[in-house]
Design a protein around this ligand. Structure first.
Ligand code: ARG
Ligand code: GLU
Length: 724
């Protein structure tokens, strides 16, 4: 063999060995022993599957909470202290902030339990145990029966199972489909409703780098905040009461001061939201060629408009910062996802797998690939129109996004009379107040004009409502900007004061005024077209697709028997594991896995809203005042990369070392690897974690909250020292 080729093949073997260790998968805690333990230990884990999940003794899972139902958090002291991301605690931190007492800007550290701040509506949920209930749920079903019949049997079985439990106010049993409906698992949950804010760094640390750094490495964000769970007199869940006591957990995570290094084992334990790992190629083609480009282009247009106004006016920038961040977050993700799917040849992988599948699948399952092609072909125009409608009318045009709530008031009146309206109004009013507080009609009007034009130009005319149609525009001699101007001038909805006056009128008058409003009529026209011509046909195809997907999942399991299958994420508790590892996204570029505090100063832009650095942090870094939090290099690590497979919802999840100690906090993924939701690729999929030592350094040295550090258990597993 030629020398060069020899080198190449050795390289490939090495690369494959590396792949075998990489972290594809979000595994169910109850199957770790069976499927993962051996591999995890080979990768460097010192503890057992039983130490991670057990119903016989306390285990790591007893320290993990679903935070508010949208993020993950973990208990890090025996007094119920909970660590999560800054961006997960954001809205609660914001709700305690005002111009004079700005917790977002200045940070906050409660000096005692009595200073901790209550957050009505915020809850954390523990998982007590997990059960396989597939047999009971699927009893009486088979693959030959109609979709409808099958579902009605399942619904009955589900109700029967749930009905068999007697639950307290704070307990629940949640049953979810897995493997596209081939299996069902039941989760016993316990929810605590008294969760108080304990501490947060200033935004200039917690959100350092903001949108510019979002989804990218190197990262220097201290994306964390601290909460505390409070319980009743007997440590039981309770609604908020001043006299509640700090909760004593079954387990809390010790925190390692030794940290990890490149190549070390890591695991991430949390509640990943949604992945689609087993899709057929036509679905991935649709994402790459049609849906992602459409959504990206729409947000491109609206973000440009927002950006222009935000740059021109500091007041507007404040009003729109949070909205802009949330729109930009997925805009950027979709671009990364699409780029990654293409660059890693995701489609080719799917085609190859499908060819293999068709060759080897049992007879009854072979036809699926062909059938997918047909159904995805049929759903394509509706899927595109659906994304167009939801991005345009329910997301980017702000006033239309609110219209559903106004309409519910009207409906309440029409269906159940003035009393129903009067009862509902106080529920919606605070929401409207919040909406108008950060609303600028002239900007929204510009977005309206731009996006409605784009909608009409991009879609088949059968998806265009009468009031946006060519004919209507011609008859009224208007373009889309003029239409926008006309509607925003004549309508009451964009005007806060007028609307508040309308809400103080008699229900009958208020409802009549709203119904006669041209914006209301415009919305009804578009929304009913959407319901009848877009979402109805979309849903009927989607039911078919879901049913095919269930059979295809089953078919793959029957065909490729040696493969290990993990169920797609569905907001249930999962374990991902991998190693600390950098990556090489493109030619001649390689990212090292750790960033350090010096990098904060490299990015520092005084006064900038993304890259300003607090005075005190600058001094600490300049004086190398790092206390016990420095690593071997003498500096404090800020963020690091791993091959753990994560997705949205894993924010706030603990990063755990081989000994079961906390080493960091998951908060993001690298941009090139965001296609891991559809096609995990070990070469470029990395999760981003903030290092626990940076978190502790900020709490202690910047926040001066030594009492919180004293509450935690700090360990040095590599040198075997434990300290409280
Ligand atoms: N990309 C991270 C996550 O999804 C962080 C989002 C919050 N940060 C931000 N700059 N928008 O979803
Ligand atoms: N920031 C994301 C979160 O909210 C986690 C990043 C990801 O999507 O992996 O959940």
């Amino acid at each position: 063999m030629h020398n060069y080729l020899k080198t190449v093949s050795v390289f490939i073997i090495l690369a494959m060995a590396n792949v075998a260790y990489a972290g594809n998968g979000m595994w169910l805690p109850i199957f770790l022993k069976l499927l993962n333990e051996a591999e995890m230990q080979e990768m460097g884990m010192k503890i057992s599957a039983e130490d991670i999940y057990s119903t016989n003794k306390s285990s790591l899972k007893d320290a993990i909470v679903h935070f508010g139902g949208f993020c993950t958090g973990e208990v890090i002291s025996d007094q119920g202290l909970v660590l999560t991301n800054h961006h997960c605690g954001y809205s609660n931190i914001q709700s305690h902030s005002s111009v004079d007492n700005n917790l977002l800007k200045d940070g906050f550290w409660a000096k005692s339990h009595s200073e901790e701040l209550a957050n009505p509506g915020l809850f954390v949920t523990f998982i007590e145990s997990i059960e396989d209930v597939s047999k009971k749920v699927l009893e009486g079903t088979n693959d030959k029966m109609s979709i409808k019949k099958r579902q009605s049997i399942i619904d009955k079985n589900l109700a029967a199972i749930k009905g068999g439990y007697r639950l307290t106010e704070f307990q629940d049993v949640v049953i979810r489909p897995f493997y596209n409906g081939n299996q069902y698992f039941l989760f016993h949950t316990l929810t605590y409703n008294d969760v108080r804010l304990v501490g947060t760094p200033p935004e200039s640390i917690g959100k350092f780098g903001a949108d510019t750094d979002n989804w990218v490495f190197p990262r220097h964000t201290g994306d964390f905040s601290l909460f505390r769970i409070y319980a009743g007199p007997n440590n039981e869940p309770a609604n908020f009461a001043k006299e509640n006591k700090p909760f004593t957990p079954k387990h809390s995570l010790p925190i390692s001061l030794d940290g990890v290094e490149e190549g070390d084992f890591t695991m991430v334990f949390g509640f990943p939201g949604r992945t689609n790992q087993y899709l057929p190629s036509p679905a991935v083609e649709q994402t790459i060629n049609s849906l992602n480009p459409a959504k990206i282009e729409i947000r491109d247009k609206s973000l440009k408009i927002l950006d222009k106004h935000m740059r021109a006016d500091a007041g507007i920038r404040l009003k729109y910062a949070s909205k802009f961040a949330s729109l930009a977050n997925y805009w950027k993700k979709w671009i990364g996802e699409r780029t990654g799917l293409i660059s890693t040849g995701a489609l080719k992988k799917k085609y190859d797998l499908e060819a293999e599948y068709e060759k080897n699948a049992p007879k009854d399952y072979k036809y699926l690939v062909q059938e997918f092609k047909e159904v995805y072909g049929e759903i394509a125009p509706y899927a595109l129109a659906r994304d167009f409608y939801s991005e345009t009318a329910s997301r980017n045009i702000e006033i239309l996004r609110q219209m559903g709530s106004f309409k519910r008031l009207v409906t309440a009146y029409e269906e159940n009379g003035a009393e129903a309206y009067t009862k509902l109004l106080p529920k919606y009013k605070p929401r409207f107040e919040r909406f108008y507080k950060n609303y600028e009609p002239s900007i929204d009007q510009e977005v309206f004009g731009t996006l409605t034009k784009h909608y009409v130009e991009s879609l088949d005319s059968k998806f265009v409502p009468t009031s946006l149609s060519d004919e209507y525009m011609r008859k009224n001699q208007m373009d889309y900007d003029q239409l926008a101007n006309d509607l925003y001038t004549k309508s009451n909805f964009p005007k806060k004061d007028v609307m508040m006056r309308i809400f103080s009128m008699e229900p009958e008058v208020a409802v009549k005024t709203m119904k006669e409003d041209p914006m209301y009529q415009f919305y009804i026209d578009w929304n009913s077209l959407y319901i009848n011509k877009i979402s109805a046909p979309y849903n009927s195809h989607k039911i078919q697709i879901d049913s095919l997907q269930r059979l295809y999942m089953k078919g793959q399991m029957l065909t490729f028997k040696d493969k290990r299958y993990w169920p797609d994420a569905n907001s249930t508790m999962r374990v991902s594991y991998g190693k600390v590892n950098g990556y090489a996204p493109r030619d001649a570029v390689r990212y090292l896995p750790f960033s350090h505090v010096e990098g904060i100063m490299e990015k520092y832009v005084p006064g900038d809203y993304e890259f300003d650095v607090p005075e005190k942090l600058i001094t600490l870094i300049e004086n190398k005042d790092f206390g016990q939090y420095a690593d071997k290099t003498g500096s404090v690590p800020v963020c690091f990369l791993g091959t753990n497979h994560t997705t949205g919802g894993n924010s706030g999840s603990p990063a755990i070392d081989g000994y079961g100690n906390l080493i960091g906090l998951n908060f993001d993924r690298v941009w090139e690897g965001t296609m891991s939701d559809i096609n995990y690729d070990a070469s470029i999929c990395r999760n981003i974690m903030v290092d626990a030592r940076y978190v502790l350094f900020i709490i202690d040295k910047l926040g001066g909250a030594r009492h919180l550090i004293d509450e935690m258990e700090l360990v040095r597993p590599k040198s075997n020292i434990r300290r409280r």
